[in-house]
Ligand binder design. Structure first.
Ligand SMILES: Nc1nc2c(ncn2[C@@H]2O[C@H](COP(=O)(O)OP(=O)(O)O)[C@@H](O)[C@H]2O)c(=O)[nH]1
Ligand SMILES: [Mg+2]
Length: 322
């Protein structure tokens, strides 16, 4: 393998240092040092750019650690272009035993949910043991569910105005994400936030309350909210003893996402709605932990998490593996 690409391993933003993966042969081109012992760290000078920590990992790969920030990165990008080394977004995992492990590590780098970590680390041995046997329909169905641990699924709060949706959103995010007001119609734009629900990270959307409205802006906001609700993995139907459930009609327009729903009655500190799946109070915190568990279990059921079969996470095999 003669690598002619470089990859930024750290986020493209401000920071004290950046880490770049580069071709081993580029070390001599970039710096004035010619002797590189494998695995040894050097302080090397890249003329007119920066002094960096550099290491030759193997005959193909090296890493440099310049100071962070956009300007040094911009200069390095120009230097690489002059050397005909092109940027790639796919790092090489020199530490991986094989391709399966490299693909797992690439997935681990982007997985959002804490629950993904242990499960992903178990997959290389499970997938290797299959000896290239392709996934069954059951495997693919399980993978479809477990992939929610990598890319956060969408969960929407749907209900009439003044049912406590925004208050619930703020309690879930533990900050003032949404406007809370006793006057109905306070929430106009859908407000989104990423929340860890008992190990499953989800994207919550606080939607404007659904009601008949003569206000064209509110009508448009409600229409937009309907689109967002249509491709949610889970709809939380929010209601109270004072405000009935909003019928779900047909929000399941996206047939690739099996839609589930939970009936959550809010303001349990005032009164409890007994036909709910769960009664909560965002004010007192009653059943808030239970809500997180119910959301997680509705999207990634415990029996799927406990299943000992392999997880064909995205990229774990390709049709060319056949
Ligand atoms: N007692 C009590 N009041 C609540 C609770 N949640 C929300 N409220 C109140 O209900 C009103 C409407 O809340 P809001 O979150 O704006 O409702 P939304 O229109 O559905 O987003 C506000 O005055 C909140 O303080 C709760 O758990 N208990
Ligand atoms: Mg609101």
């Amino acid at each position: 393998m003669t690598l002619k690409t470089w990859t930024l391993l750290t986020p493209q933003s401000m920071g004290a240092i950046a880490i770049l993966q580069i071709p081993a042969c580029a070390l001599c081109q970039l710096t004035n040092r010619t002797q590189w012992e494998l695995g040894a760290l050097y302080l090397a000078d890249i003329p007119e750019i920066d002094e960096v920590i550099a290491v030759k990992i193997n005959e193909d790969l090296a890493q440099i650690m310049p100071h962070g920030g956009m300007q040094i990165l911009r200069k390095l990008t120009e230097r690489f272009a002059a050397l005909d080394i092109i940027q790639s977004n796919t790092p090489h995992y020199a530490e991986a035993q094989d391709e399966v492990e490299a693909r797992m590590l690439a997935t681990l780098a982007v997985a959002q949910s804490p629950l993904a970590v242990e499960l992903l680390l178990q997959q290389p041995s499970k997938l290797r043991a299959l000896n290239g046997v392709m996934p069954t329909e059951v495997d693919m169905k399980r993978a479809g569910i477990l992939n929610n641990l990598i890319h956060p699924p969408k969960v929407v709060l749907l209900g009439a105005p003044n049912t406590g949706k925004s208050t619930l959103m703020n309690a879930l995010t533990k900050q003032d994400t949404s406007i809370v007001h006793e006057l109905p119609g306070a929430t106009r734009d859908a407000v989104g936030a990423r929340v860890n629900c008992a190990g499953l990270v989800v994207d919550f959307y606080d939607l404007p309350g659904f009601r008949e409205s003569g206000d064209p802006i509110e009508q448009e906001a409600i229409q937009l909210a309907q689109y967002i609700a249509a491709d949610a993995s889970l709809i939380l139907q929010i209601f109270t003893t004072q405000n009935e459930l909003i019928p779900l009609r047909n929000f399941s327009q996206n047939r690739f996402i099996p839609q589930k729903n939970l009936k959550v009655s809010t303001m349990a500190d005032i009164s409890k709605e007994h036909c709910a799946d769960l009664c909560i109070s965002a004010h007192t915190g009653e059943n808030m932990d239970k809500l997180a568990l119910m959301i997680r279990d509705a999207i990634v059921p415990p029996e799927i998490l406990a299943d000992s079969g392999p997880w064909f996470f995205p990229g774990s095999y390709s049709p060319t593996d056949e």
